[in-house]
Ligand binder design. Structure first.
Ligand code: T1G
Length: 703
C-alpha cells in the first residue's frame, strides 16, 4: 500500500464550524501521520476565534477503516489512537463525526469518541478486530456498551459484524442519518448542538448493574462453551465489556489496552494479520498488471453440475447476466433445481428478500443449446474432469464464442496447456479453478500457461475479484503435471499421511492429530467425504512415479467397494444419512494384512510426529512450487491452503508456520525424514526457497 501522504489531514472552515478532513487513501487508515494531523487540527480549531463546533470527516471512499494494521509490529508512536480519542472526547466544543463508507475498528472508535455521529445512508460500521485475533484497543469496548448496552456491544465486537447506518441509529450508535449531502448535514447538525456530550460519561446502560452483569456472564459462558476456555481474544473482550460497568472510563481503558496488547502479541493474531495481507497480496499479478481486462457483462458457464451451478450463483449474486448450458432436459432441470434451492434457502434464512432472489434469477438463462454462449464475454467450462471430454467441448466452445471472448476451464488437475491448445485460441484461454461450494468458497486459482495473454489473465482476475473471491495466480508450465497450487500441496499432505498409515498409524489417529492442529477435518475424513473413487480414478489415470513410494491401501479399499460416505463405509462407517462416522475396524484389518504382505513392522507415531511430517511435506511441496515459479509468493500458498483446504487461518498457513520455525530446524527435521521418502522430505526445495527469500530480503536492504 502507498505511504501516507505528507499532510493527510486538513483543517477547513464553514462559518462557525471547523471541519477536520482526513485524506489518506485508500481507506483513511489511522496511521501516525493521520493521528498527529487530527490532533493538530483539533487544537488549531479550538484555538480559532468563533469556533462553535467541530466536524471530523474524511475524503475518499470511507471514514477511517481502522488503525493502520501495518503499524502493529512497529514501536508505538504518539499520539496513540486511545490518546487521540481522549483528546476528541475532552474537547470543550462539540465534536461531530461525519461517517460514510465502512467506519471500522479504530475509525468507529474515533467516531464514538466524538460527541455526536452523523452517518451517510449507505454507511456501515463495525469493530472487526476479532478477525485479526485482537480486540478494539482505542476505547471500543468501553464506549460501545455505554452507547448501545452490553448485549449489542458484545454481539458486534465478538462477531466483528458490520451494522448499517439505519440499524446503528436504532441502536443509539448514530444520532442522525443524512438524507442528502453528508458533509452539509453534519455541519448543520454541529450548528444545532450547543454542548459536548461525552460518551465516557454516558451512564444510561450502566444503571442496571445486575442486568448488565447477567448479560456479560451469559456471554462469557457461551464463549467458553463454543470456543473453549483458551479463546484469548473473545474472553478478553468479555472482560473489557465487564470493566466498562465496574470501572470509570480511564481505568476501563487501561484494562482494554493491556488486553489488546496481550492479544496482539499472540501467535494467533500474527497468523490472522498475515492472512489479511496475504489475501491482498495474492490478488496482485505484476506480470500482467498493465493489461486492460476485457469488459465482462455476460458469463456463460458450460456444465450445470455442483461446480457449474455454484459458479452461476456466484456470478448472479455479483450482478452478472448468466447463461448456464447443460446437456438435455434433465440436466437443465437438475441445474435449475440446484440454483432454485440455493435461493429458497437464502430467502428462508433472511440473507435475501423474495424480490432480490426473484430479481437475480431474471438474469439467468438456462439452456441445453451450446450456441447460446456466442454472446458471452467470458465462457467457463465446468464439466467432469475428463481430458477427452474437456478438449472436445473446449473446441466446440471456441468455435461458437465471439472473437473477443475469454475462455476458461475450471479444471483442477488436467494439463492446462493441452486444454488451452484444444480451443485453438490459447492466448484467450486461462484456468479458473473454483473450489466447491463455488457460491461460498472464496478461493479461485487463476491458471496461467505459457501462451495466455495478459489481457485474458487480467480478465479472469477482474472477474474473480468482482465475485468477491480471493484470486491466486498459479503459473503452470508445459508438462508441469497435475494440479495448480492447492492440489499439489494436498497430494503431498495425503502422501505423507498414507506413508504413516502404512508404517503404523491409524486413520483416526492421523485425523485426530490434524484436528488438534486446527483443521476442521483430518485427511481421511475428507477422503470419505469427497469419495475414495474420485482419487482412485485419478491415480489410475496417471503413470506411477518410480521415485515415490506408492501406498496401495486406498486402492484396496475402493476395490472392496468402500468409497466413503457415498457408500456408507470408508475409513469410517456411516449410519444412514449421517456424515459423522465411526472408525471402520475392517480397514484396520486390511491395513494389517497390507503391512504383512509388504513386510512392514508397524511402529508408533506421536501426534506431534504426525503433524510435523505432514507440515514439512506441505512446506516442501510449497517450496518446490515457488522454485518452479508456479506460486509467486510463499504467502500465496498460505492463502490457497487456508481458503481451499481448511488450514487453520489463525496459523496463517503452512509457509508462515515454516517461517515461524528456523531454517536450521526445518533442515534438520527434513534430514531425518528424507530417507523414508525423498520425494516428500528432501531438504533441497526448502533450503533453496529459504536462500531465495533471504537473498530477496538482503537485496531489499541493500537497495
Ligand atoms: N490498515 C492498513 N491497510 C489497510 C487497512 C488497515 N486497517 N484496511 C485496508 N487496508 C489496505 C489493504 O491492505 C489494501 O492495500 C487496501 O487498503 C484496500 O483494501 C485500535 C487495533 C476497509 C472493508 O480490520 O476490512 O483498528 O493491497 O483490498 O476490498 O481498535 O480493507 O491496495 O496495498 O481490503 O474495498 C480494524 C480492515 C483494524 C478493517 C475495504 N480494521 N480492512 O475492503 O479493499 S485494527 C479492519 C477491511 C484496529 C483499533 C484496532 C477492508 C475494507 P493494497 P481492500 P476492499
Amino acid at each position: 500500500m502507498k505511504q501516507a501522504p505528507k499532510h493527510p489531514v486538513r483543517l477547513e472552515r464553514q462559518g462557525n464550524v471547523a471541519l477536520i478532513v482526513i485524506e489518506n487513501p485508500p481507506v483513511n487508515a489511522l496511521g501516525v501521520a493521520v493521528r498527529r494531523g487530527i490532533a493538530a487540527a483539533l487544537n488549531a480549531a479550538l484555538a480559532q476565534e468563533g469556533t462553535h463546533a467541530i466536524v471530523i470527516a474524511a475524503n475518499g471512499r470511507t471514514f477511517p477503516a481502522g488503525a493502520d494494521i501495518r503499524e502493529f509490529d512497529m514501536a508505538p508512536q504518539e499520539p496513540s489512537l486511545t490518546q487521540l480519542c481522549s483528546l476528541v472526547e475532552n474537547s470543550p466544543k462539540p465534536v461531530v463525526a461525519a461517517v460514510h463508507g465502512t467506519a471500522l475498528g479504530g475509525g468507529l472508535e474515533l467516531a464514538m469518541a466524538a460527541h455526536y455521529r452523523v452517518a451517510a445512508k449507505g454507511a456501515r460500521m463495525g469493530l472487526p478486530e476479532i478477525k485479526l485475533g485482537i480486540l478494539p484497543g482505542a476505547g471500543g469496548t468501553q464506549r460501545l456498551p455505554r452507547l448501545v448496552g452490553p448485549e449489542l456491544a458484545l454481539d458486534m465486537i465478538l462477531t466483528g459484524n458490520q451494522v448499517s447506518a439505519g440499524i446503528a441509529a436504532e441502536m443509539g450508535l448514530v444520532d442522525h442519518v443524512a438524507d442528502t449531502d453528508l458533509r452539509e448535514e453534519a455541519v448543520a447538525y454541529a450548528r444545532s448542538v450547543t454542548e459536548p456530550r461525552q460518551t465516557g460519561a454516558n451512564r444510561e446502560h450502566l444503571r442496571d448493574g445486575a442486568a448488565y452483569m447477567a448479560s456479560v456472564n451469559a456471554r462469557r459462558a457461551q464463549v467458553k462453551m463454543e470456543l473453549g476456555a483458551n479463546a484469548l481474544a473473545p474472553l478478553k473482550i468479555v472482560n473489557c465489556v465487564e470493566a466498562a460497568l465496574l470501572l470509570p472510563l480511564e481505568a476501563g481503558l487501561d484494562v482494554e489496552r493491556a488486553a489488546c496488547e496481550e492479544c496482539m502479541d499472540s501467535r494467533e493474531s500474527a497468523g490472522l494479520r498475515h492472512a489479511f495481507f496475504a489475501e491482498r497480496a495474492a490478488s496482485k499479478f505484476p506480470e500482467a498488471a498493465d493489461a486492460k481486462p476485457a469488459q465482462v457483462d455476460r458469463v456463460a458457464i458450460v456444465g450445470g453440475g455442483l461446480m457449474g451451478s455454484g459458479i452461476a450463483i456466484a456470478a448472479l449474486q455479483s450482478g452478472f447476466a448468466v447463461t448456464l448450458v447443460e446437456q438435455g432436459e434433465s440436466g437443465v432441470n437438475a441445474a435449475l433445481e440446484r440454483i432454485g434451492a440455493y435461493y429458497e434457502r437464502s430467502v428462508a434464512k433472511g440473507r435475501l428478500s423474495e424480490a432480490q432472489g426473484a430479481a437475480a434469477l431474471t438474469h439467468l438463462q438456462l439452456t441445453n443449446k451450446l450456441d447460446t454462449l456466442s454472446e458471452a464475454d467470458l465462457i467457463i467450462e465446468a464439466v467432469a474432469e475428463d481430458l477427452e471430454l474437456k478438449t472436445q467441448l473446449l473446441a466446440e466452445i471456441s468455435a461458437l464464442a465471439k472473437p473477443e471472448a475469454v475462455i476458461a476451464t475450471n479444471t483442477s488437475y488436467l494439463d492446462l496447456d493441452i486444454l488451452a491448445q484444444a480451443t485453438g485460441r490459447p492466448t484467450d484461454t486461462i484456468g479458473l479453478h473454483f473450489f466447491a461450494p463455488a457460491e461460498v468458497n472464496k478461493l479461485v486459482e487463476i491458471g496461467v500457461h505459457d501462451a495466455a495473454s495478459p489481457q485474458a489473465v487480467m480478465t479472469g482476475l477482474g472477474f474473480a475479484k468482482h465475485l468477491g473471491k480471493v484470486p491466486v495466480r498459479a503459473r503452470v508450465h508445459a508438462g508441469f503435471g497435475s494440479g495448480y497450487i492447492g492440489n499439489a500441496i494436498l497430494e503431498a499432505y495425503r502422501h505423507a499421511a498414507d506413508i504413516m498409515l502404512e508404517d503404523g498409524a491409524t486413520p483416526s489417529q492421523i485425523d485426530g492429530a490434524m484436528r488438534s492442529f486446527g483443521f476442521r477435518m483430518g485427511p481421511y475424513q475428507v477422503a470419505d467425504m469427497s469419495g475414495l473413487d474420485i482419487a482412485y480414478a485419478r491415480r489410475q489415470s496417471k503413470p506411477r512415479d518410480p521415485d515415490a513410494r506408492y501406498v496401495e491401501i486406498a486402492d484396496k479399499m475402493v476395490e472392496q467397494g468402500w468409497l466413503g460416505q457415498k457408500s456408507g463405509r470408508g475409513y469410517y462407517i456411516y449410519a444412514e444419512g449421517q456424515r459423522q462416522g465411526v472408525p471402520n475396524g475392517d480397514v484396520l484389518k486390511l491395513i494389517a494384512e497390507h503391512r504383512a504382505q509388504k513386510g512392514i513392522t508397524p511402529r508408533k507415531f506421536s501426534d506431534r510426529d504426525i503433524r510435523d511430517r505432514i507440515l514439512l511435506a506441505m512446506v516442501n511441496a510449497g517450496a518446490r512450487l515457488l522454485g518452479e515459479g508456479v506460486a509467486a509468493r510463499p504467502s500465496d500458498i498460505d492463502v490457497v491452503m487456508v481458503h481451499g483446504f481448511g488450514y487453520p487461518r489463525s496459523r496463517g498457513g503452512p509457509m508462515m508456520d515454516a517461517d515461524a520455525t528456523t531454517p536450521a530446524i526445518i533442515a534438520s527435521r527434513l534430514s531425518v525424514l528424507a530417507p523414508e521418502e525423498p520425494k516428500l522430505w528432501s531438504a533441497a526445495p526448502v533450503l533453496s526457497m529459504l536462500a531465495h527469500e533471504r537473498q530477496k530480503f538482503e537485496d531489499l536492504n541493500t537497495s
